[in-house]
Design a protein around this ligand. Structure first.
Ligand SMILES: Nc1nc2c(ncn2[C@@H]2O[C@H](COP(=O)(O)OP(=O)(O)O)[C@@H](O)[C@H]2O)c(=O)[nH]1
Ligand SMILES: [Mg+2]
Length: 345
């Protein structure tokens, strides 16, 4: 470890904990790239994780998520918290104008407490295992080096993005006034994942209608009228001026209390951990599968005597699992894929 010029993950963690922002940036890059580097980061940060609160912020492009995230980060930082921001933007990886614009906007509002906020943009492609692995690891990095709250901004349009936002302790769904915006959110599956709803751009006409639309849809969700079930509050904001942000912070705190008191927080965390382990195992298995397929050449496992595609797959599974019965393996491989599909559905 000490002989290398490139610092190892443990050294980077130690440096990042003392406030070294470059070290933190490198840890996040390693987390995003996946593979062995990410595994090292994982091993280095996991023992140091303290349980920071993760808030997912999602909604349609242009709804004002980045503006809202910036305001929220600034407000929390002013209150003494250290805030990590992970902004996932599929349309503008790294150097795209939108990401850069978001960064500038957020830096502006962060002002004096600027060092209490660290913003990281992440691309949705180009790293092994994808967001489902990169984001939770990045969250643990922030947590382990001393951040109290982690805001994860994702566009609420793809299943993976919705899932990433939904893997937070508290998920905030952002809509805007305007015909059908709440309906669109419902269609994208955002109604189910939302713990808090924000009608942003409340400086525009139609705010009352948007709030009513949301309340009406929330009335129809299961358990909506049971007292022990969390009823997602609807908050109106103007992200550009900061109006309503205070109320949003209050509501986030209320939800955090609810998570603790109801036990739902622990359930979510263990569910999240299970999903992440599953994703990581799947990625490892996929790597081995690919290596096996490469060894077999273009014919796949056909050369091993299997004629059908299913048969060839069963031979491969058999080889990887060390000889369980091909039929039962084929069956369980099939149902495993079904589970993965339904999870994304
Ligand atoms: N009028 C108005 N514009 C807003 C508000 N919040 C954000 N915007 C503007 O809406 C555009 C999209 O905002 P952005 O935060 O990038 O949205 P995102 O794509 O959801 O992250 C920007 O031009 C913002 O300045 C608001 O409350 N009122
Ligand atoms: Mg944005």
């Amino acid at each position: 470890m000490s002989g290398r010029r490139v610092p190892g993950a443990a050294e980077l963690v130690a440096a990042a904990r003392t406030g070294d922002r470059r070290a933190l940036g490198r840890l996040l890059t390693l987390a995003e790239r996946g593979g062995r580097g990410a595994d090292e980061v994982d091993a280095a940060v996991s023992p140091a994780v303290r349980g920071a609160t993760v808030v997912g912020i999602t909604g349609a492009p242009g709804a004002g998520k980045s503006s809202l995230t910036g305001r929220l980060a600034a407000r929390l930082a002013e209150a003494g918290e250290r805030v990590g921001v992970i902004a996932v933007d599929p349309s503008s990886p790294f150097s795209g104008g939108a990401v850069l614009g978001d960064r500038v906007r957020m830096d502006e509002v962060t002002g004096e407490r600027r060092d209490a906020v660290f913003i990281r943009s992440m691309a949705t492609r180009g790293h092994e295992g994808g967001l489902a692995l990169a984001v939770p690891l990045a969250v643990r990095v922030f947590d382990a080096v001393g951040f109290d709250r982690i805001l994860v901004e994702t566009v609420g349009v793809g299943q993976v993005e919705v899932e990433v936002a939904g893997a937070a302790d508290t998920t905030v769904v952002v809509v805007t006034p305007g015909w059908g915006d709440a309906v669109q959110a419902a269609k994208a599956g955002l109604l189910e994942v939302g713990d808090v709803f924000v009608v942003n751009k409340a400086d525009r006409p139609g705010v009352g209608d948007a709030v009513r639309d949301l309340e009406r849809m929330l009335d129809l969700s299961p358990g909506a009228h049971e007292p022990q079930v969390w009823r997602p509050p609807v908050v109106t904001t103007v992200a550009t001026t900061g109006e309503g942000i205070e109320r949003l912070v209050e509501v986030l705190d209320e939800h955090r209390r609810h998570l603790v008191e109801s036990g739902e927080g622990d359930r979510r965390r263990s569910g999240r951990r299970r999903r992440e382990i599953r994703e990581r195992a799947l990625a490892a298995i996929a790597r081995r599968l690919d290596a096996e397929l490469a060894r077999d050449g273009a014919e796949g496992s056909a050369g091993a005597g299997a004629v059908s595609v299913g048969g060839a797959a069963a031979v491969l599974v058999d080889r990887l699992t060390g000889g369980a019965s091909p039929t039962s393996d084929e069956g369980s491989a099939g149902s495993g894929a079904g589970t993965a599909d339904s999870r994304h559905g």
